[in-house]
Design a protein around this ligand. Structure first.
Ligand code: NAP
Length: 308
């Protein structure tokens, strides 16, 4: 057996992402001991039942006391308060990280509370599902996905390397960028698509001439693929839009211009413009598959009852 990368790992917030990290750390012998804490007694009890941690602490402060790696896996909006709560209890030399989907706000909210004798290396594993809570996690969630690290200037490179090695052990590809750049990239690849899905599903729900049962019945026409994204956790996504406001508004402005251009093409019967646009977007889908970020199977590999 290879030597674990860290002695003790503390996960604050063992939901979908936190519990997946615990499962992956266990599966890969990445650490010797896993300690966790959640806000509610119900989740703490459930995590203990699942047996995915060595210890379920009853406060965030006591969970981090002996940890060499602390990963805050709560919704983005609460990360600052959690940093303040754990700061006096952190072990000297510990690496403190997070998994928040927004990075500038995390650096702004967490950094001021953290003592100088720990290393702060924010992270965002670009992997997830529409489910929440400790039962939703699984060890392979990060396999073949990206994990973006956004260390503030002057961070000890050794701490960055150690955290990168931790994520790489789970099969993740690690990339380093600034928090601002991360927020801009994710605004277009993740935040805007979620906003569009939330909008479309809401729009369909409010129609009067098409009944709700018809929307559900004929959803395989495209609608159902948006419903998966629109089922994502409301707390998490509220926080994403509140904390990545500028980048999302920038991308939304561009999106509205493009919708206006397509609207014009439809109104004018400009088939060439529509055909050109759709040809370009089809090539992007091929690029996603070539990058190993989705299956090439038709309809996302859903079974259609033809398999023998
Ligand atoms: P989740 O399944 O809802 O889990 C969140 C966990 O945080 C829950 O266990 C919750 O505890 C706990 N929590 C909330 N406030 C807390 C506090 N003050 N102290 C301790 N624990 C607290 O959420 P998730 O999907 O794992 O998302 C967590 C983070 O990962 C977010 O920052 C999100 O932006 C990021 N992320 C999510 C995805 C995704 O697809 N879901 C992907 C990448 C990154 P209780 O159950 O006890 O209330």
């Amino acid at each position: 057996m290879t030597k674990p990368l860290f002695d003790t790992l503390a996960i604050i917030g063992p939901g979908l992402i936190g519990s997946s990290i615990m499962r992956a750390a266990r599966a890969h012998d990445a650490v010797r001991t896993i300690v966790t804490c959640s806000r509610s007694p119900e989740t703490r009890k459930r995590v203990a039942e699942l047996g995915i941690a060595d210890k379920v602490a009853d406060s965030n402060a006591s969970a981090v006391e002996n940890a060499d790696l602390v990963i805050v896996c709560t919704p983005v909006g609460i990360c600052g308060a959690v940093a303040e709560e754990i700061a006096p209890h952190l072990k000297e030399g510990a690496i403190v990280s997070d998994v928040g989907s927004v990075k500038s706000a995390i650096v702004r909210d967490m950094s001021p509370h953290l003592p100088d004798n720990v290393h702060f290396v924010p992270a965002h594993p670009v992997a997830g599902t529409e489910h929440s809570g400790p039962d939703a996690g699984f060890a392979k969630l990060f396999d073949g996905r990206w994990c973006i690290l956004t260390p503030p200037e002057g961070t000890d490179p050794q701490a960055v390397d150690r955290l990168a090695a931790f994520w790489a052990l789970f099969g993740a590809n690690v990339e380093i960028m600034t928090p601002d750049h991360h927020d801009l990239v994710l605004a277009v690849t993740s935040h805007l698509p979620h906003l569009i899905a939330y909008t479309i599903v809401g729009t369909a729900d409010e129609l009067e001439t098409v009944t709700r049962s018809e929307v559900l019945k004929f959803s395989a026409g495209g609608f159902r693929d948006f419903t998966r994204i629109a089922a994502s956790d409301p707390t998490m996504w509220r926080d994403v839009f509140l904390t990545n406001k500028d980048a999302v508004l920038e991308m939304l402005g561009r999106f509205n211009e493009d919708v206006a251009a397509l609207t014009k093409a439809i109104r004018r019967g400009d088939g060439d413009a529509l055909f050109k646009h759709f040809t370009r977007t089809r090539a992007i889908r091929r690029g996603v598959i070539d990058a190993g970020q989705d299956t090439p199977d038709a309809d996302f590999g859903r079974p259609h009852g033809h398999e023998d």
